[in-house]
Write a protein that binds this ligand. Structure first.
Ligand code: MG
Length: 203
């Protein structure tokens, strides 16, 4: 399976990064070795001094598709969950400055904790889903899908022009504002509406 992540999909986050708003979706990949499941801890890597949390809603692909039209994109994912797009911000800044690819900063081992999923039918309105992240009990990020620059269906359609989507692929749909550093000892909990979907520690 593969993990596809959308960058800058909430305007307030693009602003806090001093990045221009994209005119089409920006995406990058993480390997399956980035996944952390079952609330296992994240081990802070020694190559970075600035690991940032980015809480994101995640789509799970349920059938193979290529060149999917937007109006049919909804048929290609059946579950929605939540995860963290961990980012070594110090390495990312360095890569950006040098015009180098971002993988070192985004795709390292453990860079994609993932929580449990819900069938998308459980959501009354996919354009109005609240989610948030707490660290040690304090709310640090909150978002609502009404603020997405590119909708779930637009993203699925766009990605499938370049990569064939397969069952089990995951799409991290972008982070709202409020990204920031984590440190050893922190406990991260991610919620969709008021239900906890992910709960793990930084070690
Ligand atoms: Mg992200």
């Amino acid at each position: 399976m593969k993990i596809i992540c959308i960058g800058r999909n909430y305007s307030e986050h693009a602003k806090e990064m001093s990045s221009p708003l994209p005119t089409e979706p920006i995406f990058f990949l993480k390997p399956d070795t980035a996944l952390i499941k079952d609330n296992q801890p994240f081990y802070y890597p020694e190559f970075s001094k600035e690991i940032h949390h980015e809480v994101e809603l995640v789509l799970k692909i349920n059938k193979a598709g290529k060149n999917i039209q937007t109006q049919f994109a909804n048929k290609y994912y059946d579950e929605i969950g939540i995860g963290i797009d961990f980012t070594a911000r110090d390495l990312q800044e360095e890569c950006k400055k040098k015009g180098l690819p971002w993988e070192k900063a985004k795709a390292f081992d453990g860079a994609a904790p993932i929580g449990k999923f819900l069938n998308k039918k459980q959501f009354v309105d996919q354009q109005n889903i609240n989610f948030h992240l707490t660290i040690n009990g304090n709310k640090v990020q909150k978002g609502n899908t009404k603020d997405l620059l590119f909708s779930f269906d637009t993203i699925v359609s766009y990605i499938s022009k370049y990569f064939m989507l397969k069952t089990g692929d995951l799409i991290y749909t972008g982070t709202p504002e409020g990204v920031g550093p984590v440190k050893i000892g922190d406990r991260l909990e991610a919620y969709i509406e008021n239900e906890k979907f992910l709960d793990f520690e930084i070690k």
